[in-house]
Design a protein around this ligand. Structure first.
Ligand code: NDP
Length: 480
């Protein structure tokens, strides 16, 4: 059976404990590789390697660091098919989706930050005729990057690329549930000659490897994407150590549909914003609010479209929805479908496990599910489900929908559908969400600030903000 290995100090290493974890293919339910069950001793090796590499890497010119990033981006592009297949096998997502979304974006993360560093500048402030100040930027040192399973390589590289580009050495942990493409990235880094110790990837469980990274005194910056509860635990450990923290956490995003919207465009996009990647994207709109006069028409058209989504083998390009990432996650989603019914909801379509014939008979497939008749305050509408489940609710006024949209502890993203431009701006400004799309969804410009309000996170990724996070600034004042 294939063994995934840690990548530490430029070498591929087994975990010191020689303990291994099973890696499942969620589309078949079979174990197909083994993952290091690493612990704090492996993290310590990575820290030592990163400390050794830091003086050389941080003083390399921006052009040379950029060169490495662009080489990695090209190597990812060259392996598009292989990486997309690996991502699909590890996560359960359709291979066509990994090919158009996950892998191209992983490459763009390296090319985006690799070129951004060439355009970076620093401020200077003149204090009358007395003095001049300039801002001196330097890398922080060692950065810990921890990422989730839903967009494995996409989110892993979204952290690593700016951290490395800014001149830091990295100790990274992908989700133990989806480690394969991170392992393949380490092979790419070795192949392009990234200096040893600059990037170290330690595989294993969150409470062991993740917490060893977060609590390590020699790692002053932590960039984390994952659930809000894990984020709270990380903040609890890191805050007293005064670490720099970037937290991208969960969401329960509203999708607000006014009656004057472009109906066809809205319906098409709402199907995507509800169910792309099996609904396992932190930006999916899981609470859909529809102006009452449009509710009946929306409901009929939406259900028809949702029922036409084919669920099954991720390797079959005609399937729109693949497998959920794991059996425990499928059980969690199913428990919310049951809860929704207990809370008085009606399942309009979906709600059941799908058992495809053939090789995927034991995979973790679920029908896309639409629920109505729930109150805004019930648990189904307040807690993150992170699966192919949405609720639909009518509204009458702007004030009412804003109150409902803002009623959860989360504030990651929101979508608004209307042709009324001034209403679109007004509602956008009042929504408590860090990312707002008007008449579109998931249209991303990597220069824009990315992150959530309230319990959806702390800080922003993207553009120069990400490079800033991985940089220390000092002011140098010169008396004239
Ligand atoms: P988790 O919080 O369970 O895990 C995220 C990562 O943290 C994993 O690598 C995990 O390891 C690790 N981890 C777990 N416990 C600890 C710990 N105590 N200390 C350090 N690291 C730890 O999230 P999921 O992987 O389940 O991902 C889904 C969540 O991510 C959803 O809530 C989703 O909304 C959120 N998310 C947010 C995004 C955003 O940009 N705001 C984007 C994408 C997802 P292991 O896998 O071994 O448990």
């Amino acid at each position: 059976m294939k063994k995934i290995l840690n990548y530490i100090d430029g070498e591929f290493k087994e975990p010191l404990s020689n303990k291994w974890l099973d890696n499942y293919n969620p589309a078949t339910g079979e174990v197909y590789s083994l993952i290091p069950d690493s612990d704090e001793l492996d993290v310590e090796l990575a820290v030592v390697a990163a400390q050794k590499a830091f003086p050389g890497w941080s003083t390399l010119s921006e052009e040379k660091r950029s060169d490495f990033m662009l080489k990695i981006a090209k190597a990812i592009d060259d392996r598009l098919d292989t990486l997309a297949l690996a991502e699909s096998m590890d996560n359960g997502k359709p291979v066509w989706l990994a090919k158009v979304m996950d892998i191209p974006r992983a490459s763009q993360n390296f090319s985006f930050f690799g070129t951004a560093i060439l355009h970076e500048s620093a401020l200077s402030h003149k204090t009358g005729v007395e003095a001049i100040n300039y801002t001196y930027k330097s890398p922080i040192g060692l950065a810990g990057c921890i990422s989730p399973w839903n967009l494995p390589l996409y989110l892993f590289t979204w952290k690593i690329a700016p951290a490395l580009t800014a001149g830091n050495c990295v100790i990274a942990k992908p989700s133990e549930i989806t480690p394969m493409t991170a392992y393949m990235l380490s092979e790419i880094c070795a192949e392009v000659g990234l200096p040893a110790g600059v990037l170290n990837i330690v595989h294993g469980l969150g409470p062991k490897v993740g917490s060893a990274i977060v609590s390590h005194p020699k790692i002053p910056a932590i960039s984390f994407t994952g659930g809000t509860k894990t984020g709270q635990e990380i903040a609890r450990v890191a805050a007293p150590m005064f670490k720099k923290l970037s937290l991208e956490l969960g969401g329960k995003n509203p999708n607000i549909i006014f009656a004057d919207c472009d109906f066809d465009q809205m319906i098409k996009t709402t199907v995507s914003s509800s169910f792309t990647n099996q609904g396992e994207i932190c930006l999916c709109g899981s609470r859909i609010f529809i102006e009452r006069s449009l509710y009946k028409k929306f409901k009929e058209a939406f259900i028809e479209k949702v029922q036409s989504l084919k669920v099954g083998d991720p390797l079959d390009n005609s399937n729109r929805i693949g497998a959920l990432v794991s059996k425990p996650h499928m059980d969690k989603v199913l428990s919310y479908i049951k809860l929704a019914q207990e809370e008085g909801g009606t399942i309009l379509t979906g709600g059941n496990i799908v058992k495809p014939e053939g090789r995927c008979a034991n995979g973790y497939f679920l029908e896309p599910t639409v629920i109505e008749g729930l109150s805004q305050s019930c648990r189904t509408n307040q807690e993150e489900i992170f699966g192919p489940v949405v609720t639909i609710m009518p509204f009458d006024t702007e004030d009412e929908v804003l109150e409902m949209a803002n009623s959860t502890p989360y504030g990651l993203s929101a979508t608004i559908w209307t042709q009324n431009l001034s209403r679109a701006h007004k509602v956008a400004h009042q929504l408590q969400s860090g990312i707002i799309w008007i008449n579109c969804w998931l249209l991303r410009d990597l220069r824009t600030p990315f992150g959530g309000m309230k319990q959806s996170g702390v800080g922003r990724e993207g553009g120069f903000e990400a490079l800033d996070f991985f940089t220390d600034k000092k002011n140098v004042c010169i008396k004239l």
